[in-house]
Design a protein around this ligand. Structure first.
Ligand SMILES: O=C(O)c1ccccc1N[C@@H]1O[C@H](COP(=O)(O)O)[C@@H](O)[C@H]1O
Length: 207
């Protein structure tokens, strides 16, 4: 079994990027959604992405942004993967010439297989708890809503932290995990010790 990939999302400060990289994150995320307390500006993001060494993936998170808004970010920030967290269609996600993942907002009644069929070109499907504000809510959901044997690369998120990620990885066996609130000391302020503990938990679960 391959090791679970780890994305640390919602980075806003250079020291948080360095902490994520030093502790072994595979990907880091930048939120381009102004209502979020973790939102970054274009120049701020360009400076943060410039800190990344090779083989750490830069991810840009968008919620119902227009094509022009996404392109304005891409003109200046070298993002390698896009993460769409709103109501974007497959065609809207596809118009930027970059690979992407699509978030499903999980709650009882959501059929992940049907959701997946609506997003055939996504590189993977991210599952997050349904919260007001589209995400980053620090809330878990019922992992049994994920169908056994789900065949797309699955990114598990929603309320993960160092305390629950071991059980989450052992139960769901996702391709990757994504965390924001669970490695923060305050909204948008990452905590290096929590990042270290989270990543250690994933590696522990990987065995
Ligand atoms: O981080 C945010 O502020 C955010 C805003 C809007 C949509 C998604 C957002 N973050 C993503 O939400 C999930 C769950 O985050 P958490 O760990 O529960 O805080 C994760 O994929 C973040 O990348």
């Amino acid at each position: 079994m391959s090791r679970t990939r780890i994305k640390i999302c919602g980075l806003t400060r250079p020291q948080d990027v360095r902490a994520a990289v030093e502790h072994g994150a595979d990907a880091v995320g930048f939120v381009f959604y102004p209502p979020s307390p973790r939102a970054v500006g274009i120049e701020q993001a360009a400076e943060l992405v410039a800190l990344l060494p090779p083989f750490v993936t830069s991810v840009g998170l968008f919620v119902n942004a227009s094509g022009e808004e996404v392109n304005a970010v891409l003109d200046r920030v070298p993002l390698q993967l896009l993460q769409f967290h709103g109501d974007e269609t497959d065609a809207q996600c596809a118009r930027h010439g970059r690979p992407w993942i699509k978030a499903a907002r999980m709650r009882p009644g959501v059929d992940l297989v049907e959701f997946s069929s609506l997003h055939p070109r996504a590189s993977g499907v991210l599952v997050d708890a349904f919260v007001d504000g589209y995400g980053g809510g620090g809330k878990t959901f019922d992992w049994s809503l994920i169908p056994a044997g789900f065949e797309r690369p699955l990114v598990l998120s929603g309320g993960l932290d160092a305390d629950n990620v071991v059980e989450a990885v052992r139960r769901v066996r996702p391709w990757a995990v994504d965390v924001s609130s669970g490695v923060e000391s305050a909204k948008g302020i990452k905590d290096a010790a929590k990042i270290a503990a989270f990543i250690a938990g994933v590696r522990n679960a990987d065995g």
